[in-house]
Design a protein around this ligand. Structure first.
Ligand code: ADP
Ligand code: MG
Length: 416
């Protein structure tokens, strides 16, 4: 290294108290503030629905939905934390088990974390799903409990694996004699109901709470509450907080996005040694966040998802914007062939396409073909250059993004 004191300077500047932050943790996603402005209605409503458990009655199942960053997780955790405090005060045997279904990923892991929570041992893998569920029921009934099961981001599980878990869980009380369970299902997807069997839907949504997006003024209130604790006085001006709020409101009123913008802008300002967080920091933060989000998502895809995405990339490169799954599958099979990998079935590929839709890389919609029935049409929803950028660093995909599939040549001949 040319200048050995360089790193010293970096660290010392950080330690010296001229950071723009006082406490940046306050801006993190999992921080739950004591005050949740503009959610008083939802807080009261949820409180009223769960209150019966304090008097030893089961409460209704609740279905909570709204777009990402509208405060669902924060409000549910906040209310249920307070409920648990009250339950302890009154000696009510209430338990709240929170599971994030997207992170858990499978029914097995969701059941096993519920088991774990009530002190029933199950191995990491190996048991039949039914067996884990039976142990859960037996465990619950070995004591007299009121269990509130929070299934957060339930939509991502259901879209990939169907609604069997919800079906079983919403009927669990039929098999219980002493304990009772209620479900709080949280969905980021408003159209999630379409994925549910009507019977499951009607038992899950005994009560429903909707979280509508925040507008720019509400986001400003939320941001200032957090910013006052997070930043040193005077570092922020009205204009910058307003800009974060406006940008997040223009998208879909996402408080998480607004907080991220503010945090990343603060970090950029700090790295520059700037005294204030300015509009230009917010603009740079915006680019950085979006870029990082997609790059991260692309890097973490499984090989077959990458091959599916690469197929859609090649179709798009051949100027085919909206593609049906059959065409994607043809290109995909050829790419598998090129790489010496056995292809998955078309059905599996179709569900990989759904997963890519969930993370926002693709956009699929079902269109009616009149008397030919319905078909799924898919297009890329991110820039082609971004896929190229990420895949270029990957040995196998780096080669494939330059490849011209034979079936595409036939495809365009067939069209003309
Ligand atoms: P969702 O679960 O709907 O995606 P979250 O509850 O995770 O949204 O909220 C995203 C972020 O925004 C969290 O850091 C949360 O603390 C914050 N947030 C959301 N709504 C509010 C609010 N009304 N007041 C303060 N912070 C909020
Ligand atoms: Mg959430």
């Amino acid at each position: 290294m040319k200048d050995p004191t360089m790193l010293d300077n970096v660290f010392e500047r950080f330690i010296k108290n001229d950071s723009v932050f006082i406490d940046r943790e306050v801006l993190r996603h999992d921080y739950i503030p004591d005050n949740l402005p503009h959610r008083e209605g939802q807080i009261r409503c949820l409180g009223e629905i769960v209150a019966p458990v304090l008097k030893a009655s089961r409460c209704s199942n609740i279905f909570v939905y709204g777009k990402t960053g509208t405060g669902k997780t924060a409000v549910v955790k906040y209310v249920l934390n307070r409920l648990m405090e009250k339950a302890r005060e009154f000696g009510a045997s209430v338990r709240v088990c929170y599971v994030n279904c997207r992170l858990a990923g499978t029914e097995y892991r969701i059941y096993s974390s519920l088991c774990d929570f009530i002190g029933v041992k199950v191995p990491f893998t190996g048991l039949a799903l039914g067996e884990v569920f039976d142990r859960l029921k037996a465990g619950l009934d070995s004591r007299k409990l009121l269990l509130l099961v929070v299934l957060d981001e339930i939509d991502s599980l259901i879209k990939m694996r169907g609604d069997v878990l919800l079906y079983e869980l919403t009927r669990i009380n039929e098999a219980l004699h002493r304990s009772r369970a209620s479900i709080v299902g949280i969905s980021n997807d408003l159209c999630f109901k379409e994925f549910l069997d009507p019977r499951v839907l009607s038992s899950l949504s005994e009560e429903e709470i909707v979280f509508r997006p925040y507008d720019a003024a509400e986001l400003q209130d939320i941001l200032w509450d957090r910013a006052r604790v997070a930043f040193r006085r005077g570092v922020l001006v009205d204009g910058t907080v307003g800009l974060c709020a406006a940008l997040a409101a223009a998208e879909h009123g996402d408080a998480r996005r607004a907080l991220d913008l503010l945090r990343v802008a603060g970090e950029l300002a700090e790295r520059e040694g700037a005294e204030y967080v300015l509009e230009e920091h917010i603009r740079k933060a915006e680019e950085r966040i979006e870029h990082d989000r997609i790059v991260e998502a692309l890097k973490n895809l499984t090989l077959h998802s990458k091959l599916v995405l690469c197929s859609i990339y090649l179709l798009r490169k051949a100027k085919i914007n909206y593609t049906i799954t059959g065409d994607i599958y043809n290109v995909y099979s050829e790419l598998c062939d090129q790489s010496g990998i056995g292809p998955l079935t078309q059905r599996r590929v179709s569900s990989l396409i759904n997963e890519l839709d969930v993370i926002g890389v693709l956009n699929s919609r079902i269109v009616s073909m009149g008397r030919y029935g319905r078909t799924k049409k898919t297009r890329l929803s991110i820039a082609r250059s971004l896929i190229k950028e990420v895949f270029a660093t990957d040995d196998r995909l780096g080669r494939l993004i330059g490849y011209t599939p034979r079936c595409l040549a036939e495809f365009s001949r067939g069209r003309s």
